[in-house]
Design a binder for this molecule. Structure first.
Ligand code: ADP
Ligand code: MG
Length: 333
């Protein structure tokens, strides 16, 4: 997928101003706070951020596995929150998810045929020998063999198990696959194979991905557009290479600096020693103003009082930071 000019075609998926609050043990957890996303057809949008920043909650909201406190989700022009049960059932075929441990929720004594073939039964797509044929086709597509059909899922290595998870996600011939930390538990070499498999499947099948990981390098490799999340909000968004070469939001800067390959120097010769300092605040008591200000080396008085909105900065990117409010950018850089 070449990251060319933005298309005017309606996106396959769009989320607007998603908010999700959980009530948990007498407190309110603000897991997601005003997240908007657009995923064009055949493209990959990446979500990156520390653990607890709300990525998985966005994933579940996107697929309507969870209802938002407020906000809007549309898939191929259909408002998911207003979709009827029947509409939703039809749409579920078209949106799938791959987890970090896709087989973890399945019975380890389940055969591959049943693990991959289950969605075919649930959605009444194929049964009997047609189902077996379809599962074989899916296995071959993800680099497994028909001889794997009757093996049990617990007999597979992590990478092979992930291939089974991907085959299962592909069973219903979806348009969108949400990958939630799908490669995070794998060794680096296996991870690379899996990323390349996902890319190949994307170009063969025209898939769109919402690709979630806490590892910036992985997201950069996969995504046409990267969204950096911090405490339930997108703080910076843009083309991966540009964003990594020249991060605007101080939080993105910290994440990039912490990558081993970027230390110890930047292209301009300045040392890059900053690692994300401190811990993120709790989503049940986020700081006032900019949620990042207690950890931000550039925080100003205004940052403690007023939450910055996500708005356009240079190079088609957006950042939520008062340093880049109109007219301030030149003096801040
Ligand atoms: P990430 O995937 O980025 O690690 P999550 O979306 O899983 O983040 O979680 C975001 C925040 O919401 C965390 O503080 C988490 O504890 C909280 N959270 C997630 N799901 C629930 C839930 N069902 N009830 C209460 N809090 C939740
Ligand atoms: Mg998660």
């Amino acid at each position: 997928m070449s990251p060319d000019a933005p298309t005017t075609e309606a996106p396959l998926f769009e989320a607007r101003d998603l908010v999700k609050r959980f009530r948990s043990r007498g407190t309110v957890v603000q897991a997601v706070n005003g997240v908007s996303l657009r995923i064009p057809r055949g493209r990959t949008v990446g979500l990156v951020g520390e653990s607890g920043s709300g990525k998985s909650t966005v994933a579940r909201l996107a697929l309507r596995l969870l209802d938002p406190t407020s906000g809007q989700v549309t898939f191929d022009g259909v408002d998911l929150l207003r979709a009827s049960r029947g509409q939703m059932q039809a749409l579920r075929r078209r949106m799938q998810i791959v987890f970090q441990d896709p087989l973890g929720s399945l019975n380890p004594r389940m055969r591959v045929l049943d693990a991959v073939g289950e969605p075919l039964a649930v959605h009444r797509i194929a049964k009997g020998s047609a189902r077996v044929d379809r599962v074989v086709e899916l296995l071959e597509r993800v680099g497994l063999r028909s001889s794997d059909l009757y093996r049990f899922s617990h007999q597979f290595s992590g990478g092979q198990a992930q291939r089974i998870g991907i085959a299962r996600a592909l069973a219903t011939d979806p348009d969108l696959i949400v990958c939630d930390e799908a490669v995070s538990a794998l060794d680096v070499s296996v991870q690379a194979q899996m990323l390349n498999l996902l890319k190949r499947l994307q170009s063969e099948l025209g898939l769109s991905y919402l690709f979630i990981a806490h590892d910036l390098n992985v997201v950069r490799y996969m995504a046409d557009e990267v969204c950096v999340m911090y405490l339930g909000q997108i703080v910076e968004r843009g083309d991966g290479d540009t964003l990594f070469a020249d991060p605007r939001h101080p939080y993105t800067g910290m994440l990039v600096s912490a990558l081993p390959e970027f230390a110890p120097e930047r292209a301009d010769g300045r040392a890059r020693r900053a690692v994300p300092r401190g811990e993120p605040a709790s989503p049940s008591s986020p700081p006032p103003g900019c949620r990042f200000h207690p950890r931000c080396p550039k925080a100003m008085q205004r940052c403690r009082e007023e939450a910055p909105a996500l708005h356009g900065v240079a190079d088609g990117r957006a950042a939520a930071c008062h340093l880049f409010d109109a007219g301030r950018e030149a003096s801040a850089r």
